[in-house]
Design a protein around this ligand. Structure first.
Ligand code: SAM
Ligand code: SF4
Length: 318
């Protein structure tokens, strides 16, 4: 699918729940999200129908996200259904990792290919604070389990928070020297509900690279990927920067998002939503809606100009 600016759209991020077992300060309010009526959140079968239609239109990369995708009951079944769709080239999940000790093996067996694990600190007190109650040992055990069951090129997502984890950058970079992991530093984005948290804690990703003059830039294997990658000499893993604030990557954007209540967002930072729920039994109608929404995908976002996202990240899926 090609949008009106000539961008090829082949990547869908599907948020399968807006519930989460953590309450990261930059992502969700302390009380969590208001639980929606069963009728509002899609059934697993509905996500499968949407995935099938997206793939029929040329999407070949799907990422399951949330909220926390692993708190959704039946997740392994959904992975198995989607994983078998012909035409799917890349199938991944973003998770906070807490439930990976339980599910990593099943996910691998069901056909999930790749994992991104979010981990902003390895310090147990700081982890408890930023996630409002999480146990970092569980997240670290999740990472180990994922590696043990054979997930390769796992990506660790670290949201950069000034005054909170800037002193841990070195430890995270060090990980890439020892293990075949990509550590990606993500610039903090201001979301409507959480913008006070973000106000004075933003730091540009570029600051990290400046600390390592020996770091070498890698050529992008996928030009539409939002991360720029670097490698320390001889390191098995890479350091990535995701810089939505300082380096907009909208020109090469290849993605759309589906929310847990069935809305298609053609841009993470746009208010325009297309409701796919009415078309769950009408595949031609659904495909028409998807094509319309992609055609009208905005050219860029306006975060750096001070605009805020209406929905929190936990409701969109990152
Ligand atoms: N619960 C899963 C997790 O944490 O990996 C998946 C959903 S979470 C919304 C997806 C990603 O968005 C995580 O890596 C998280 O750190 C990131 N994220 C959430 N809020 C953010 C914000 N305000 N700025 C930058 N990244 C954010
Ligand atoms: Fe949950 Fe992920 Fe948001 Fe943290 S970033 S509150 S783990 S959805």
């Amino acid at each position: 699918m090609i949008d009106q600016y000539g961008r090829r759209i082949n990547y869908a991020r599907i948020s399968i729940t807006d519930l989460c077992n953590l309450r990261c300060q930059y992502c969700m309010p302390e009380e969590g999200v208001t639980k929606k009526d069963c009728g509002e959140i899609l059934r697993l079968e509905d996500f499968f129908i949407i995935a099938r239609n997206l793939i029929a239109l040329g999407i070949d990369k799907i990422r399951l996200t949330g909220g926390e995708p692993l708190v959704r009951r039946g997740i392994i079944k959904l992975v198995e259904w989607i994983g078998q769709l012909p035409g799917l080239r890349d199938f991944a999940m973003t998770t906070n990792g807490l439930l990976l000790p339980l599910y990593a093996e099943g996910l691998k067996a069901a056909g999930l290919q790749r994992l991104n694990i979010s981990l902003d600190t390895t310090d147990s007190d700081k982890y408890r604070r930023i996630t409002r109650g999480g146990d970092v040992r569980q997240a670290l055990a999740g990472l180990e389990k994922a590696m043990a069951v054979g997930f390769r090129r796992i990506k660790i997502n670290v949201v950069l928070i000034k005054g909170f984890n800037d002193d841990e950058v070195e430890n995270f970079v060090e990980m890439t020297k020892k293990r075949p992991l990509d550590v990606r530093f993500i610039e903090l984005m201001p979301f409507a509900g959480q913008h006070e948290f973000a106000a004075d804690k933003y730091m540009p990703g570029e600051d990290i690279i400046k600390r390592y003059p020996e770091m070498v830039a890698e050529t992008a294997d996928d030009p539409s990927a939002p991360a720029r990658y670097y490698r320390l000499p001889g390191a098995p893993g890479r350091v990535g920067l995701i810089e939505p604030m300082s380096h907009r990557f909208c020109d090469a954007c290849n993605r759309i998002r589906i929310t847990a209540d069935g809305q298609l967002l053609s841009c993470l930072h746009s208010r325009a939503e297309t409701d796919l729920k009415p078309y769950l039994n009408d595949e031609a109608g659904m495909q028409e809606q998807i094509l319309y929404s992609i055609k009208h995908k905005p050219i860029t976002h306006r975060l750096a100009e001070g605009s805020l996202m209406e929905r929190d990240m936990g409701k969109i899926g990152g």
